[in-house]
Design a protein around this ligand. Structure first.
Ligand code: ZN
Ligand code: ZN
Length: 316
């Protein structure tokens, strides 16, 4: 791939994770410590061929690492999260946090416990540079290179139909998967964050087919993330509040991927003037959260049967 063809860091990140099945596989790996083919297959009800192709991509993208283990005298393969994947944890926490604030179906959402203070808590997005919190979209300024969206939207695999979120016993993030589980949806939202308003501007900037664009914009309007307002569309409060998730994706992308210079993106925290790097704080005690000091508690009634089995046999 030539320099000009290489997507931006964010584009590469979206190519790696912006797919519903991929997000669900990673989510289960995080929350339920899933590592084995049969566990994901049974838990998510995926076909073996789709699961195999996603695992292959996750391994190629260095998000999962195959590791052999012995079972009943045979050598099998399990998949462990790599450091690159583990660093996605703030994004998953921000997804959870957004769903808690905006999705009415809160019953059964897991709770987040901060082990340091012992509280079940809410999360605040803060600035790692100056430690101020909370930080919202309007507290930051974003400057982007002209070619940020170039090559982002090359479709890598066919769209597949996801079963209805309601039928998924562990569907923590049904709405977010509608927003982030599809590359077009994600880049349209990112473009909206950068101030794109008009239908024609989305089209020319992203090179998206009109029918696809119209479909996604309608979906976002229905979800209440975008509102129709002259000269086109604007992010609502619910949409602007997705900033935390995007800030985490951008931060992760820039740490793990390198794009051509014209695709650079800079987010600055206005209050301190430093590049904005997200830092998650405990809403109860105010301390910065670290991955090893938080855990999700899944409500009892929501546990599908495979989870007990997995927890019981979870390797450390
Ligand atoms: Zn700051
Ligand atoms: Zn705390």
């Amino acid at each position: 791939m030539t320099e000009a063809e290489r997507p931006s860091a964010i584009g590469q990140a979206l190519l790696a994770i912006s797919d519903k099945w991929t997000l669900l596989i990673l989510q289960r790996a995080f929350l339920l410590r899933m590592r084995r083919f049969a566990d994901w297959r049974d838990e998510l009800g995926m076909s073996e061929s789709v699961l195999a192709s996603r695992l292959k991509e996750l391994v190629a993208g260095e998000l999962l690492r195959p590791a052999p283990y012995r079972e009943q005298g045979r050598t099998r393969t399990e998949y462990r999260l790599t450091e690159r994947a583990i660093e996605l944890w703030p994004m998953l926490v921000e997804i959870w946090s957004w769903e808690r604030r905006w999705v009415p179906l809160r019953q059964g959402l897991p709770e987040l416990t901060h082990d340091v203070c012992g509280n079940r808590t809410e999360v605040e997005l803060g600035c790692a540079g100056c430690r101020r919190a909370p930080v919202a979209a309007h507290d930051t300024e974003t400057v982007r290179g002209a070619a940020l969206f170039a090559q982002v939207t090359v479709p890598r695999h066919h769209r597949r139909i996801m079963r209805e979120a309601e039928t998924d016993p562990l569907s923590y993030f049904p709405e977010t998967f509608d927003l982030l589980g599809d590359r077009w949806s994600t880049v349209i939202l990112v473009a909206a964050f950068f101030g794109t308003r008009r239908f024609a501007d989305f089209r020319s900037e992203l090179g998206v087919a009109p029918s696809v664009l119209a479909n996604r914009l309608r979906q976002f309007t229905t979800l209440g993330v975008l509102a129709v307002e002259e000269p086109g569309y604007r992010l609502t409060a619910k949409g602007l509040d997705l900033f935390g998730i995007f800030a985490c994706v951008v931060d992760w992308a820039q740490r793990w991927y390198t794009g051509p210079p014209a695709t650079d993106l800079r987010v600055t925290h206005r209050a301190c003037g430093q590049p904005f790097r997200p830092c998650l704080r405990c809403g109860s005690c105010g301390q910065a959260l670290s991955r090893t000091e938080v855990h999700f508690v899944v409500p009892e009634g929501r546990l599908p049967s495979p989870r007990r089995r997995i927890t019981a046999s979870a390797p450390s």
